[in-house]
Design a binder for this molecule. Structure first.
Ligand code: NAD
Length: 325
């Protein structure tokens, strides 16, 4: 039976990835600081541990797994990674996890290792025009990410590639662009724009106002979780060795995103744009390389993904409100 280890299996993407691997008949071990928050883990075995600790990493990698997926990271939305308040933790914690996991995998002769990098590695200079951002894979250098989170991801990409060069690790590196869906952070300060806006719309009475950070014309593209996992599966089982974008090319402004959420919710609220942590002016996945190499591109619209995500968040909002009464 094929075996896989998913680090970060208590998180949003990791917990969904475990479910998908189980559906494929893989024996799965999950590892994380915490169990998944919103539903029981589907993993056959789950080790609650701190992967900043090299001994924990060696304990978790106690065999030659066929596949290791390294998604554990200290991360969150703009309110977490762009304020500067968490920079030291973000860099220190995530770098340690990657250093330790590579060493532990190398010791056990694990070959196939997936690493979740991020669109945040791309240089700020190519993302100043909200209508025309450039996130072609090869534009990553000369490097100039706009956050320490992005710098750590870039360092770790290079670390995985160095282990590939020197020790025969078969690294598969995806640069995720804003993944969203049910069972993601929605109200703990680590939520990203789609979840935050769904929550605000769900919490706000018809006609009242919601606050949106920035002038609202900053652009992004968002990818639904199931699409992301399809991209990860294809990348992991391919021979392509370079970092590749996994995202959507459907770009919207943040105010347009809010209007899409309102449409899906069947509710109109007013938008008030206020100062807040933002990141770059524009960002969109560029999918030519992944389509060429893996034949993958997203199959559904942003609206379709929001239609699956909004009800999940609205139900959480209702539950929280009924508990407060
Ligand atoms: P998440 O925060 O939900 O999951 C990350 C998990 O890592 C969490 O469950 C957390 O507890 C775990 N973790 C953190 N520190 C740990 C430690 N010291 N030991 C063990 N576990 C630890 O985030 P996610 O959205 O599921 O993202 C997964 C990966 O994808 C991350 O590496 C993230 O940087 C990357 N990524 C995500 C997105 C996105 O839009 N969600 C975009 C770009 C990149």
């Amino acid at each position: 039976m094929k075996t896989a280890l998913v680090c970060g299996a208590g998180g949003f993407i990791g917990s969904h990835l475990v479910k998908r691997l189980k559906q494929e008949g893989v024996w799965v071990r999950g590892a994380d600081l915490k169990f998944p928050q919103f539903s029981p883990t589907a993993a056959d075995d789950f080790v609650k541990c701190d992967l900043r600790d090299p001994v924990s990493c060696r304990t978790v990698v106690d065999r030659k797994f066929d596949e290791v997926y390294q998604l554990a990271a200290d991360m969150g939305g703009a309110g977490y990674i762009f304020t500067g308040e968490n920079d030291a933790d973000v860099m220190h914690n995530s770098a340690l996890i990657n250093l330790n996991m590579l060493e532990a995998c190398h010791r056990r002769n694990v070959k196939r290792l997936f690493y979740s990098s991020s669109a945040c590695i791309y240089p700020e200079r190519n993302q100043l025009d909200p209508n025309n951002p450039n996130c072609v894979e090869e534009s990553a250098y000369p490097a100039a990410p706009d956050s320490e989170y992005g710098w750590e991801k870039l360092f770790s990409e290079r670390l995985y590639l160095a282990f590939q060069r020197n020790y025969g690790i078969e690294a598969r590196i995806a640069r995720f662009h804003n993944i969203f869906g049910p069972e993601g952070a929605w109200n703990d300060g680590k939520e990203k724009a789609p979840a935050a806006i769904c929550r605000k719309v769900a919490e706000t009475p018809e006609g009242d106002q919601i606050l949106i950070w920035g002038d609202g014309s900053q652009t992004r593209s968002f990818l639904y979780i199931d699409e992301c996992l399809e991209g990860v599966a294809r990348l992991m089982r391919s021979d392509w060795t370079g970092p590749v974008n996994i995202g959507s090319e459907e770009m919207v402004s943040i105010n347009q995103l809010a209007h899409l959420v309102m449409d899906v919710a069947g509710k109109k609220v007013r938008i008030k744009n206020v100062p807040g942590p933002l990141g770059v002016r524009g960002r969109r996945s560029h999918n030519q390389l992944i389509f060429e190499k893996l034949g993958w591109r997203p199959s559904q619209t942003l609206r379709a993904g929001l239609a699956k995500t909004y009800p999940w968040i609205a139900a959480r909002v209702d539950l929280a409100a009924s508990r407060a009464r």
